[in-house]
Ligand binder design. Structure first.
Ligand code: UD1
Length: 430
């Protein structure tokens, strides 16, 4: 697997144009197959999870074309309703295909997406909702079969505002008879983006971003063109890299109004921020200030996808901070690596107490998951000496040419490809 070699101590400064949101484009691509026509999706980032979704769509019979950041999906000819295990397992977001496949074909067979590095991640809320709409769900040896001759609109009250479950219900409800109401849905901006895309395709959905979403099923759908919203987590990650390296960064193609809770924490830690409609400017202080507590929460609260990056910031801030993770049960996997770099962190249940140190030391670490991996890169950018981050396939899942963008902003970072390293190793041995 590839790795990053980073020489720390360089400021991250300059301007960076954000790509489209990974968590926005994945359900939109899945939803495109419900239309049975051609959908053109702009601002589509080139990253591993998106490419896996495109491969799955092709397996199902869609024709897929990419021209730079525009992806065209023609779903007129679906040839199968089975998602191959190897693809489904590669990406948890394959679960997004349940709703669209039920809506389009009345059946889907896939392997259970299972748990992943950050927690058990059950899909019971997805399945319970689909069952309430009339789907038959069978689980056998890790396999999942869902069938529905006709889905029926109903009221679904989510016990927890799950992002994926909300999106799956919205997509399944497109073909349901009558109205489907989702009470206590997730309110993430990506849900509103999905609503906008589906309405552009002829659907009738209202309420995304509020406490109730109503989908009027059975509307005739057609192809549409859509531009995906900017990636607020990519935005936060680059701001964190600038914040921890005393840098100065301008983000373009941003949506600052979707990032209020994250931007508030950068301010609390001593960064100066200026925002315009689609730009964010950050100037870092000489040293970040500790922040009493950050608690991850469903949107509009502080996003769990920014927890790892802020843990790196806290590790170098002046004073004691606390990070509490309330969404995923196993999302502190990078703590040991940060400690090896000199951070002082004590894990107490779902909270991490951090006493900021003046310097982190470069060392050999491993990305354990997507955002935790990005957090280790940020730590390496700020640390003294060399940091090697192994297993960056996790980072490739969610960032479009991460090292190229960081290099453009002044970082000393190189991707070392596995076979190159093996070559070097052989050379060393020779
Ligand atoms: C999405 C995002 C992910 C983000 C997360 C929370 C995508 C592709 N991924 O993931 O980056 O970290 O939202 O903002 O959009 N849960 C259940 N049963 C279910 C579904 C979820 O118990 O059926 C639990 C999960 O285990 C977790 C919590 O609910 O503890 C939140 O999960 P959810 O909002 O569903 O996250 P994802 O949609 O998987």
């Amino acid at each position: 697997m590839d790795s990053y070699h980073i020489i720390g101590g360089k400021r991250i400064s300059g301007s960076h144009k954000l790509t489209g949101a990974k968590n926005g484009v994945l359900p939109i691509l899945a939803a495109s197959l419900v239309t049975g026509e051609t959908c053109t999706i702009h601002n589509c980032p080139d990253l591993l999870d998106v490419n896996t979704m495109l491969t799955i769509l092709k397996e199902l019979g869609c024709k897929v074309q990419r021209e730079k950041n525009t992806v065209i999906v023609d779903s007129s000819q679906l040839t199968q309703s089975y998602i191959p295990k190897v693809l489904g397992k590669e990406m948890r977001s394959s679960v997004f295909l349940l709703g669209p496949m039920l809506a389009r074909c009345g059946a889907v067979e896939m392997s259970h997406p299972g748990g992943c590095a950050i927690g058990a991640r059950p899909i019971d809320l997805h399945l319970k909702a689909l069952q309430k709409m009339g789907a038959k769900v069978e689980e056998e040896n890790e396999k999942l079969f869902c069938r529905a001759l006709k889905l029926k609109g109903t009221t679904i009250r989510l016990d927890f505002p799950s992002v994926g479950a909300t999106e799956n219900i919205m997509m399944a409800a497109l073909s349901a008879e009558g109205e489907t109401r989702i009470v206590h849905p997730a309110k993430e901006p990506e849900i509103e983006d999905l609503q906008n895309f589906l309405n552009a395709c002829g659907a009738s959905i209202v309420g995304a971003g509020t406490g109730e979403i109503v989908i009027s099923g059975g509307k005739p759908l057609h192809g549409a063109e859509h531009k995906v919203i900017p990636d607020r987590i990519e935005a936060g990650t680059f701001l964190a890299a600038a914040a921890v390296t005393k840098g100065e960064l301008l983000l373009e193609n941003a949506a600052p109004f979707q990032m209020a809770s994250t931007l508030a924490k950068f301010r609390e830690m001593g960064c100066s921020l200026r925002t315009e409609q689609d730009r964010i400017y950050l100037k870092a202080p000489q040293r970040l200030k500790a922040v009493k507590e950050i608690k991850t929460l469903p949107y509009p609260g502080f996003p769990t996808d920014m927890q790892s990056q802020f843990l790196t910031l806290m590790s170098l801030a002046d004073g004691q901070s606390k990070m509490t993770e309330t969404i995923f049960e196993n999302r502190f996997k990078q703590i040991d690596a940060l400690k090896n770099m000199g951070a002082q962190i004590e894990l107490q249940g779902c909270s991490a107490k951090v006493i900021g140190v003046e310097e982190l030391r470069g060392c050999h670490v491993e990305a354990k998951d997507l955002r935790g991996g990005a957090a280790m890169v940020i730590a390496g950018l700020a640390a003294s000496g060399e940091t090697i981050v192994e297993k960056i396939c996790h980072i490739d899942r969610g960032y479009d040419k991460f090292e190229v963008a960081l290099k453009n902003l002044g970082a000393r970072i190189e991707r070392i490809q596995e076979d190159e390293r093996e070559k070097n190793y052989k050379c060393e041995k020779a």
